[in-house]
Write a protein of this length. Structure first.
Lengths: 310, 462
């Protein structure tokens, strides 16, 4: 009740206030945004433009058109790397979306607040570890010789580290690592999103006879749809950048994981082993295009930027 | 920095149309006449011709990159030459196919500064360091035969040990050590079981089958390490990585010289007397270290595998000369590693840098106590004369080491890509999945050929 009312009160105020502020706080605004803008230009925009330049030229600086793209696409490692990554992405996105939303719904509606806060904290902890550290944790978890859950690995027929790291298992392993490190933060975000749903709506659903799962499916999930899309876009973008996990696993397994498992690793090999920065840039442009297409689709399908007329 | 308003659908369509027009125009120009996407690096002129030393400063600091094994040697040099300013950096030394050094040099070549003066690396590193990484760059390694190291010194390196250092008529590195493959065995166990040490591969196989029956659990070898192919297939003279000329790689794994080894190993793997788990893999030392009866492997296995990893007590391990095949009179053997020292062509103190590299590789003071077998022949004699290098073993390893050092087969070339990548990422997972080595040879060959082509070799499989 209170929530809905306060919203009604504040909204018109903000609308009236906005034009006035735009005229007033100009300088301070630019100042606040300036630091970010400079960093964005230096480390975001400029490298992207440079990557486009590199991908359209060769190492003598001559214009090559689409030849760099054709060259890397014909490389024998290109298709396997992108297949690996897309397989991983598909599994990762489904697992992420289903499980984080499910957990958030349970934490929001089916648990005492204290317990819920404790679980949110626990889920969040792994995400606070740096990426490399979390991979190291998993190296221990996955090696039957030292793993605290070696009985589980043994029961799956995996008696050696080498057996765990067979190519077919790799996408699953990377999804495990990514979920373990990344899902906690998203559970907290989804929980916050669920909190934004007015209680009256849920009460009304209850009165109409909806049980908790019906409410979740028909009320809560649709109402946080834009948040889910937001999560999917960021997770998709992060997933296409997969690098640290396979790279570390490659080293730790003494080379049993191919050094070009993901496209980012392939770009790395192109740049730093073959000395072909132009080819590496072409791969990065492929990844950029993939990320933009994925984001574009999700934004359109979820009406993410549609302004509420509420 | 507000995001501009999204155009409404009408203007968006115009924008899309404009974008398509621009793109197709670009594509047309692109297709019309543009340069090839290939890199020039593979075919560019040799670095030696363009080698011009940087401005020299005899007092400048010499930055050394060494692996942890050779770190004490560099520190010893600092001790005996206190007037030289050294900046010692430890790194992985390009072990196990690491490309850290190459990655860094690529970046230094881009930024135009930062190169170390002296580096320890693998022979593979010489293949890229001896030529420029991009047009206009100077090859990282300095041609040492050009007024830096006297020819008389170069002539004293073991036969063939400087071959990986040579490119286009110049010598770009000094070989630190060689890692000739010998047959290691546990003399105590062999005596207890009443076995004689094999001298041919056929006897080796027969003994392996016997061990499987009489003493299950004991091992006569392992193929699961990143370098096992060098112990076995190199010794078998398998043409897997054979440069017929500097730009053409021959890889023919269907050759009988390869299949005789893969069949032998498949038999023993099936018998479980050859392990598919690497000697150096996690947990091996603990679980099976004391059950290794024989190991066909490099000269450093004695100290680094049996002594350090397996903790086998002194007085048990011995080495025999490389095995021959029935009907072949001379043995051929493999080589597993052996590092090189390179001097940077960008060094501002070439004199001190070269002196350091020379001292490290050739001086008795350093090499007599070196951890691995020296490539410099007089130093190798000093090494073998040092009782510290032999007291761990049950018998004198000198003759086995010396014989093997002269029998390293030269048909396994030092290529621009590591011979470990395809073996580790293609063959070993297949073995783990239960496939036989022989059945995996075609996949291995394809992987080698693909990798070779990607770094600019022409590939022949005949």
């Amino acid at each position: 009740m209170t929530l809905l009312e306060s919203r009604r009160v504040t909204a018109p105020v903000r609308r009236r206030g906005t034009p006035r502020r735009r005229g007033g706080g100009g300088l301070a605004g630019y100042f606040f945004v300036g630091g970010y803008a400079i960093l964005l230009l230096a480390f975001g925009v400029f490298p992207t433009v440079y990557a486009f330049y590199l991908s359209l030229t060769n190492d003598r600086g001559q214009f090559t058109g689409i030849n760099q793209f054709v060259k890397v696409a014909q490389d024998y490692r290109f298709v396997p790397a992108f297949t690996d990554m897309l397989l991983y992405l598909a599994m990762w996105l489904v697992v992420l979306v289903v499980l984080t939303v499910l957990v958030a719904v349970v934490l929001r509606g089916r648990m005492r607040p204290g317990l819920s806060a404790l679980f949110r904290f626990l889920f969040y902890i792994p995400g606070a570890l740096a990426g490399v550290a979390s991979v190291l944790v998993w190296l221990f978890m996955l090696d039957p010789a030292v793993s605290p859950v070696s009985w589980l690995l043994d029961s799956l027929g995996l008696h050696t580290f080498a057996a765990v790291l067979t190519p077919g298992n790799l996408p699953v392993i990377f999804v495990l690592i990514a979920f373990w490190t990344g899902a906690g933060g998203w559970i907290v975000v989804m929980y916050g999103a669920l909190n934004n749903i007015p209680d009256e709506v849920l009460e009304a659903a209850k009165m109409d006879g909806a049980g908790p799962w019906r409410t979740a499916w028909h009320i809560q999930v649709p109402m946080i749809r834009q948040w889910i899309a937001y999560m999917a876009i960021l997770a998709f973008a992060a997933g296409t950048q997969l690098f640290v996990e396979p790279q570390l696993l490659q080293t730790a397994s003494l080379g049993r994981v191919t050094p070009t498992w993901s496209p980012n690793q392939l770009a790395y090999v192109f740049a730093f082993q073959q000395g072909d920065f132009n080819g590496a840039a072409a791969i990065s442009v492929f990844l950029l295009a993939l990320g933009l297409i994925g984001a574009g689709l999700l934004v359109r399908r979820s009406d993410m930027f549609k302004v509420d007329e509420g | 920095m507000r995001t501009p308003n999204l155009p409404r659908s009408g203007s968006r369509r115009t924008a899309v149309r404009a974008a398509v027009a621009v793109l197709s125009a670009t594509a047309l120009t692109a297709l019309a006449g543009c340069a090839s996407a290939g890199s020039t690096t593979a075919t560019s002129a040799s670095g030696a011709a363009s080698f011009k030393p940087a401005t020299q400063d005899a007092t400048s600091t010499v930055t050394v990159w060494a692996d942890s094994t050779r770190l004490p040697s560099v520190q010893a040099y600092q001790k005996s030459h206190p007037d030289v300013k050294l900046n010692i950096v430890t790194y992985d030394g390009s072990a196990d196919g690491s490309t850290y050094l190459q990655t860094k040099i690529q970046l230094f070549d881009r930024t135009g500064s930062g190169w170390p003066d002296v580096v320890f690396g693998s022979p593979t590193d010489v293949t890229w360091a001896s030529r420029p990484t991009k047009p206009g760059a100077t090859a990282f390694a300095a041609p040492l035969d050009q007024n830096l190291v006297p020819q008389s010194t170069l002539d004293n390196f073991a036969k063939g040990s400087l071959t990986p250092c040579q490119y286009d008529g110049h010598t770009y590195c000094l070989r630190n050590d060689i890692a000739q493959v010998v047959l290691w065995y546990n003399k105590t166990l062999m005596d207890r079981f009443g076995y004689t040490v094999p001298t041919t591969w056929e006897q080796y196989q027969a003994l392996g089958e016997k061990v499987a029956k009489e003493h299950p659990g004991y091992l006569v070898g392992s193929v699961g390490d990143t370098n096992s192919q060098e112990s076995y297939f190199w010794s078998s003279q398998c043409p897997a990585f054979q440069l017929t000329d500097p730009d053409t790689l021959r890889t023919d794994l269907s050759s009988p010289d390869c299949t005789r080894m893969s069949n032998l190993l498949d038999t023993l793997i099936a018998d479980k007397s050859v392990s598919t788990q690497g000697f150096f893999s996690q947990g091996f030392a603990k679980d099976s270290g004391s059950k290794v009866l024989m190991a066909n492997g490099p000269s450093w296995y004695g100290q680094y595998l049996f002594n350090a990893a397996f903790k086998t007590p002194a007085g048990q391990i011995a080495a025999a000369a490389p095995l021959t095949w029935d009907g072949e009179t001379t043995a051929a053997t493999g080589n597993v590693g052996g590092g090189v020292w390179m001097v940077s062509s960008h060094s501002t103190n070439l004199k001190a840098s070269t002196d350091l590299a020379t001292w490290l590789t050739t001086s008795d003071a350093n090499q007599a106590g070196a951890p691995t077998y020296p490539a410099y022949v007089p130093a190798a004699d000093a090494w073998l004369a040092n009782p510290d290098n032999k007291k761990y073993f049950a018998t004198d390893v000198s003759s086995a080491f010396k014989t093997a050092a002269n029998e390293v087969w030269t048909g396994w070339s030092n290529t621009k890509f590591s011979d470990a990548t395809a073996w580790s990422s293609v063959v070993l997972p297949a073995l783990t999945a239960g496939k036989t080595l022989t059945a995996t040879l075609p996949a291995w060959q394809t992987a080698i050929a693909d990798e070779a082509k990607s770094v600019g070799y022409k590939v022949t499989t005949q």
